[in-house]
Design a protein around this ligand. Structure first.
Ligand SMILES: [Zn+2]
Length: 434
């Protein structure tokens, strides 16, 4: 097979914790970053992109979302997690099907590509249809099925079987862009038996785990009432935790729980906008970082955010830590950039493949346009400019696995107008059904 090559000329590279101040040429060969140097010859290159007045970054990594929930954007705002979930989200989710989840995932994929995210970690239903959207869009994803058994044995068996089927059918599919994780929803919706079985199967098959833990104060109080322990203490006591476990939210943590997280090298996905919008609380991220705990960023679903813009999420994360600790020096823009890229890759166990602009890594790259009002002047601190000044709409070009998914803000793999139309029809139908 003929090599496919893309040469990005004369571009400033912004890597987590390290950026060069002289423009470079970057050669992509097939799915990989093949060469980075001052000057690369243009002969025999399939495609040349002018990188002047642009910044080249690793694609952002969204470590916790529910992509199909973009359909529920703005559906139920200004409510507590309990009311939002029990009275609004769960009733409408009861009418979801393969098609709706596929369309919702495509809508989410459009938004991810346009705002510079190249990898997302998803937990939801009809995940084989989400996988089809990943395949079509060209994105990279870690997919898990959200398992809920509420202690019912039959349900437990079928839920685990559904996640295992997803693994068998989709792991390493879409040219290796899809990894499948286990997705027990949370310690309050998944029984101890389910969690233990997931742990056993994860060890046996080398499958990572994605779970919501310690999102609200109510969850902590219920856990203490029912189990006599806080959620991370409980998960530790049943042998569930390990370096392959990604915990979303982790807002309410005691010092002992932070020790437990550190001891097991558990990965944390921070979701500040969702936590603020549902008034769940403020996760102690600066404390976790002080303890060298690996933290990535997530948007959560668009219905509790209400968008998937990871640059906006990183800015929010940084500001939230500053105001909650009354210390402007915590969660710096450098730390935020790392959380959105290389740390996100570590959270998903993909740090050898993605998360930085380096020769040998996958060509998951974005170009941010610096020649626009909110990016000028850009001479002082490039990282601060991206984290504090930019937003997703400054992203000009998105490349994943060496394939251009958007160039000059135009999508190449998805027909966005057609997807918008179908998404609007889908939510109208779903609303009628409840
Ligand atoms: Zn979530």
């Amino acid at each position: 097979m003929q090599d496919n090559t893309i040469l990005i000329k004369n571009v400033l590279i912004l890597n987590p914790n390290n950026f060069g101040n002289s423009p470079q040429d970057v050669l992509i060969k097939n799915d990989l970053i093949y060469e980075i140097s001052d000057k690369i010859e243009e002969e025999n290159v399939d495609k040349i992109i002018d990188g002047s007045e642009k910044l080249l970054l690793p694609g952002f990594i969204n470590t916790h979302t529910h992509l199909s929930m973009t359909l529920f954007r703005g559906l139920a705002d200004d409510l507590s997690l309990d009311e939002w979930l029990n009275d609004n989200i769960w009733p409408i989710e009861a009418n979801l099907n393969e098609y709706y989840c596929y369309i919702g995932a495509l809508l989410g994929a459009v938004e991810l590509i346009k705002s510079g995210t190249t990898t997302f970690s998803d937990m939801y239903f009809y995940m084989e249809d989400v996988a089809k959207a990943v395949e079509k869009s060209g994105l990279r994803a870690a997919l898990s099925y959200g398992m809920i058994d509420f202690g019912d044995e039959e349900k437990r068996k079928s839920e685990i079987e559904t996640n295992l089927q997803l693994f068998k059918n989709c792991n390493n599919s879409a040219d290796g862009r899809i990894k499948v994780f286990f997705g027990p929803h949370s310690p309050y919706t998944a029984s101890e038996e389910l969690l233990k079985e997931v742990r056993r199967l994860a060890d046996e098959n080398d499958i990572r785990i994605h779970i919501h833990v310690s999102e609200t104060q109510k969850e902590i109080n219920d856990s203490i009432d029912e189990k006599g322990m806080r959620p991370f203490e409980y998960l530790d006591s049943i042998g569930f935790l390990g370096p392959d476990v990604v915990c979303a939210h982790s807002v309410w943590l005691s010092d002992e729980e932070i020790e437990i997280i550190k001891k097991h090298d558990v990965k944390i996905s921070h979701n500040p906008c969702s936590n603020m919008k549902l008034a769940s609380g403020i996760a102690p991220i600066s404390k976790l970082l002080e303890n060298d705990i690996c933290v990535g960023i997530g948007t959560d679903g668009a219905s509790s955010n209400n968008n998937l813009d990871l640059i906006e999420e990183l800015k929010t994360a940084s500001l939230l830590q500053k105001v909650s600790t009354l210390d402007p020096k915590v969660l710096t823009s450098d730390e935020a950039l790392a959380i959105g890229t290389i740390n996100g890759a570590r959270v998903l166990g993909l740090e050898d493949e993605i998360g930085s602009v380096e020769v040998g890594k996958k060509a998951d790259l974005i170009l941010i346009d610096t020649n626009c009002a909110n990016m000028v002047p850009d001479s002082s601190n490039l990282t601060s400019n991206v984290i504090y000044s930019a937003n997703g709409s400054n992203v000009d070009t998105t490349i994943c696995n060496g394939q251009i998914l958007m160039e000059n803000k135009k999508l190449t793999t998805l027909d966005e107008q057609d997807i918008y139309k179908k998404a609007k029809e889908a939510i109208d139908e779903l609303k009628k059904a409840i």
